[in-house]
Design a protein around this ligand. Structure first.
Ligand SMILES: Cc1ncc(COP(=O)(O)O)c(C=O)c1O
Length: 407
């Protein structure tokens, strides 16, 4: 664990707000997850949870679930072997798929609709290549297909010798607080596989399952890893090749977010503490208007937090009343320049928050290795050019109608 001095040094050297990913926490957690799943079960990292950690996870996970061409390009940048990629996604563009084919992609494509199946078949046929597919079963939303659609595809799959059916994929949602949901879903998948065998003669050997395991941000649960152990017990009793897709569960714990107190005030008797970050960079699933307290601590440089503990409303840098990060949060004598260190922020904050609001800078993304060395994965970056369609340093005098102002 980083001590306060190290935290302050990092904040001083790199500035705030910054994400800081602890690579030794990441590697010990993912190793533990692999160990608990056992050798028979493969682990797939759903990289949407945090693409910055893809590179570091390559040595630990068996597969990467990518959901867009952009994520695929990130994998290419990090030289992830394509055989490890599960190219997923509810919307796959033909030209992007064509680019993967040109790259001699050797991973799995998921199929989420009849149209996706037909488009991939045409593409593969034209290019005389080979493709391995997973058929995604829906859980009752826009993702995947009904059982009947999957059965219909499987009934004609032998007419397409260049398409190899690898198995089924299923993901119904994240933060499953009750492990019984996981057990029920797996039981239903097992029953579906039996139905497929009866109706098509096809034996499903691989189940790619997004378990959506729960991460305890607000101290509601007792022991970590209990859910994983219970799920493993279920998996061990079945004869499938399981690939477990996890995002949040792998990366949440390694992430920290450093933000600085920039202003202190009392408005109508209420204490407010302003920070240079905000809700556009902090995303704890289940948070409600700052009412729940995630793992966060006040860090002061060379100053003791003396004085009585008082309740503060911690607000971010966005010009909206909704930018309340913490309500009634107990702090001792907070001062301008103090830091707030948010923990367990490794999943989804770095990608899912509304970064573009108010054209504020994107935070630093830093990683710290086992030796305490900090690597800069992304420097603070302006968003003003994104919100104005290009370069901002060149003044634009008049903007008449919709014109190509930089053309
Ligand atoms: C298909 C699929 N698998 C896995 C995941 C990862 O979910 P989680 O972060 O809850 O582990 C997602 C998340 O959206 C997903 O869409």
């Amino acid at each position: 664990m980083l001590n306060d001095m190290q935290i302050c040094d990092i904040a001083q050297k790199y500035g705030t707000p910054s994400y800081l990913f602890d690579l030794s926490e990441l590697s010990s957690r993912v190793k533990r997850i692999k160990e608990l799943l056992g050798e028979e079960v493969e682990l797939c990292y759903a990289m949407k949870a945090n693409p910055f950690l893809t590179f570091f996870l390559d040595e630990y996970v068996d597969k990467f679930e990518v959901c867009s061409f952009g994520e695929y390009e990130i994998c290419k940048k990090y030289e992830i072997c394509s055989s490890k990629i599960v190219y997923s996604g509810v919307y796959k563009q033909c030209d992007e798929l064509m680019n993967t084919v040109k790259d001699d992609f050797d991973g799995d494509y998921t199929i989420e609709s009849k149209k996706q199946f037909e488009e991939l078949c045409n593409l593969i046929h034209e290019t005389k290549r080979h493709a391995r597919i997973l058929l995604r079963l829906t859980s009752g939303n826009q993702f995947g297909m009904d059982e009947e659609e999957i059965i219909a595809i499987l009934s004609r799959i032998d007419e397409m010798p260049y398409i190899e059916f690898a198995g089924i994929q299923f993901f119904s949602g994240t933060q499953k607080k009750n492990i019984e949901i996981v057990e029920r879903e797996l039981t239903e998948l097992d029953a579906f596989c039996t139905k497929v065998k009866i109706e098509t003669g096809k034996v499903i050997t691989r189940i790619e399952y997004g378990a959506g395991l729960f991460v305890d941000y607000f101290g509601d649960e007792e022991a970590d890893f209990d859910d994983l152990i219970k799920m493993r017990e279920w998996l061990q009793k079945r004869q499938y090749h399981f690939v477990i897709e996890l995002g949040r569960y792998i990366v949440a714990t390694c992430g920290k977010y450093l933000t600085k107190i920039v202003d202190i005030k009392k408005n109508k008797g209420k204490r407010y503490c302003m920070i240079d970050g905000g809700i556009h960079q902090i995303n704890y699933y289940g948070q409600m208007l700052g009412l729940r307290v995630p793992p966060v601590r006040q860090v002061s440089y060379e100053r003791k937090q003396i004085g009585e503990s008082e309740k503060w409303t911690v607000c971010g840098a966005l010009c909206t009343v909704h930018d309340v990060v913490l309500r009634e949060y107990e702090m001792q004598n907070p001062c301008e320049g103090d830091l707030l260190l948010f923990e367990m922020i490794g999943a989804y904050s770095v990608t899912e928050a509304s970064f573009l609001f108010l054209s504020r800078e994107l935070p630093n993304v830093l990683a710290i290795d086992e030796k305490g060395q900090v690597k800069v994965l992304r420097k603070q970056m302006s968003t003003a050019h994104i919100n104005s369609g290009g370069e901002t340093r060149k003044p634009v005098k008049k903007l008449l109608g919709v014109v190509d102002i930089y053309g």
